[in-house]
Design a protein around this ligand. Structure first.
Ligand code: IMP
Length: 208
């Protein structure tokens, strides 16, 4: 496949787990981190799509106002875990769910304890990416792409790979959680990997 290199992109996130995954999934992109002195990016929408666009456009406006270095665009991710038995929750609230608990191990146990005995354990990870091109550097309007992976909830927190809810999510076709599976397996089937594949296709098409 034709390379996207050398594309320089601001990643509108401070989530270390996401940064690691984007660097592995899109190795031909050079990511510029969202600076520590920059404001937190609001996510007030009801849908992943709204939040991803809000973050990408907000970050692009801040970058332009503050004379950030020359980049081709801004990438924002809004993602989360949607559990059928919790009416799709925590969904867009995944980052804020049980945020008073100190660790993801605690939050994962808390989430599992919310499921009544015998409940349907079906769940999916969803990822929406928004790319906002920098004027003069890349053609076109901001756009979104998305990816999802179906699976089910484990009965306990298992494994230490990945981040967030990975240790309680078993992708369909596997017995291990994303916390137990090596990252190269997660990267063949995850919501973020699928969204990144769609992003690469869109960006390559835009470059022609
Ligand atoms: P946001 O997109 O910044 O609102 O946060 C997404 C939240 O969803 C993260 O903080 C994690 O809790 C969760 N999440 C998203 N993607 C993943 C993943 O690949 N593994 C585990 N948890 C995830």
């Amino acid at each position: 496949m034709t390379s996207l290199s050398p594309l320089k992109v601001v990643l509108a996130s401070r989530n270390a787990g996401k940064l690691r995954e984007f660097s592995e999934l899109l190795p031909e992109m050079h990511f510029v981190l969202w600076p520590p002195h920059a404001p937190d990016l609001p996510e007030t929408g009801a849908f992943f799509q709204d939040n991803a666009l809000q973050k990408a456009e907000g970050a692009r406006a801040w970058w332009l106002d503050h004379g950030g270095s020359l980049v081709d665009g801004v990438l924002a991710d809004d993602s989360g875990l949607c559990v059928d038995a919790l009416w799709g929750g925590p969904g867009v609230l995944s980052a804020r769910f049980a945020a008073d608990l100190p660790t993801y191990r605690d939050r994962n146990h808390h989430l599992l304890a919310m499921l009544p005995e015998g409940a349907d354990r079906a769940a999916r990870f969803v990822c929406v990416l928004a790319f906002a091109p920098m004027p003069g550097r890349w053609q076109g309007e901001p756009f979104i792409v998305s990816g999802a992976v179906e699976g089910s909830l484990a009965f306990d927190h298992r494994g230490e790979h990945g981040f967030g809810y990975d240790p309680i999510f078993i992708p369909d076709g596997y017995d291990q959680t994303f916390g137990e599976l090596p990252s190269d397996i997660k990267h063949t089937l995850s919501h973020r990997a699928r969204a990144c594949a769609a992003l690469r296709i869109r960006l390559l098409a835009g470059r022609d």
